[in-house]
Design a protein around this ligand. Structure first.
Ligand code: GMT
Length: 376
């Protein structure tokens, strides 16, 4: 099949899922055409079945900003006609599904549209008054809708009412050839970040308010009073300044290392001991899954899709949003009992590999594409 993959190129789970899915589809002989404002950040390996089409900016004195939704719609039509796309897969309803819907109207043949909901499109953007009707339209006009967790599927129905086509849940996934536990290779790095043999805690995100990165610093502050440890903060975003101020306020600057935006997060995850994700909202929490696949137990908030990803008391611990005390106790439970830690780490790898393999997801998406193409 020839699939048009529309996604955000920036640092974030939905772009990662779209890109990894693209590689997996390419491996299975499909042709995948990414359409985005710039090259998706994980689309760096050459693959003969993967292509990238950039939506070019247009400046015109009348436009305050370029009308991206329209430019994207136009690009979808151009690519669909030129390469003969069979299906459009939009990751994130706003504006991608709306652009794809516009593109469908402009086409002289049928072009099925599959929308994958990733979370903030429904929980934050879709729930804003300004986007509510548009998101509802995106849901109505998509031929098939998938969501990355049952929690997100439920929340979509609660927010927008029954979706006629139904919502199929296809959980996010990992490639165990990329995310796996390893020793040795990363000892050198570990020595650099934890020179006295300290434990290493980590958090990776786009540092938006919803991630509650300040909580991560406060959890670390409590833990490091009991166990000698360091914190690695990976990513960047609007909360960075607040987080830095909190680190300074707590006098932790010597123990917290900011690594900025990183691409090969598996290499960081492979050297850390516990991963912390105290988000306010999380439809899935892909990075928590990536951590577990690397053998790193996760301490996270009991919210959205996270209870479907992290097994409380088995592969990590869950606590209520904002429960900094509970999360620091959970980290300490893991760091102060080697036997427990080893069991959690092994269970995390097994759970991630067996429950969220890339093969299962790619077969799920493939059959969705086939069904929409058969019914066009
Ligand atoms: O979490 C973000 O801010 C980024 C966002 C995105 O669109 O990339 O992530 C969402 O999609 C990911 C991939 O499906 C999920 O793993 C994240 O949980 C979800 N984020 C939220 O729901 C806040």
């Amino acid at each position: 099949m020839k699939i048009g993959m529309v996604c955000y190129p920036s640092y974030g789970g939905s772009g990662v899922v779209a890109t990894e899915l693209g590689y997996a589809l390419g491996e299975r002989g499909h042709e995948v055409h990414f359409i985005s404002s710039s090259r998706p950040f994980r689309l760096h390996r050459f693959h003969e079945q993967l292509f990238f089409h950039e939506v070019t900016d247009v400046s015109y004195p009348l436009f305050k900003t370029a009308p991206y939704t329209l430019l994207l719609a136009n690009k979808i039509v151009e690519v669909a006609n030129y390469v003969g796309l069979d299906v459009i897969h939009a990751h994130y309803a706003i504006p991608h599904s709306i652009s794809a819907y516009l593109a469908k109207q402009m086409m002289t043949r049928t072009l099925p549209l599959v929308t994958t909901l990733h979370g903030t499109d429904v929980t934050l953007v879709g729930a804003h008054e300004e986007f509510f009707q548009l998101t509802r339209l995106a849901l109505r006009v998509s031929d098939r809708i998938t969501a990355v967790s049952h929690a997100l599927a439920r929340e979509t129905v609660e927010t927008f009412g029954t979706v006629d086509q139904g919502i199929e849940v296809i959980p996010n996934f990992i490639d165990p050839k990329v995310y796996f536990p390893t020793e040795g290779l990363l000892r050198r790095c570990r020595k650099y970040f934890a020179p006295q043999g300290e434990k290493l805690l980590a958090h990776i995100s786009n540092f938006r308010e919803v991630k509650r990165v300040v909580d991560v610093v406060n959890i670390f502050a409590r833990v490091e009073k009991v166990v000698s440890c360091r914190l690695l903060l990976v990513g960047d975003g609007p909360e960075m300044n607040r987080v830095e101020r909190e680190v300074l306020r707590l006098g932790l600057e010597g123990k917290v290392q900011f690594l900025g935006k990183q691409e090969s997060v598996q290499e960081i995850l492979q050297m850390v001991d516990v991963f912390i994700l105290p988000s306010e909202q999380e439809s899935f929490g892909l990075v928590a899954l990536e951590a577990m696949a690397c053998g790193v137990p996760v301490v996270a908030s009991r919210v959205g899709g996270l209870p479907e990803v992290v097994q409380h008391g088995k592969t990590g611990y869950l606590a209520d949003v904002g429960d900094v005390e509970g999360m620091s106790e959970a980290v300490l439970k893991l760091l102060t009992n080697d036997l427990r830690y080893k069991a959690f780490s092994e269970q995390a790898v097994k759970w991630a590999r067996e429950t969220f393999p890339v093969e299962r997801a790619v077969i799920g998406y493939e059959s969705v594409y086939q069904e929409v193409c058969e019914h066009r």
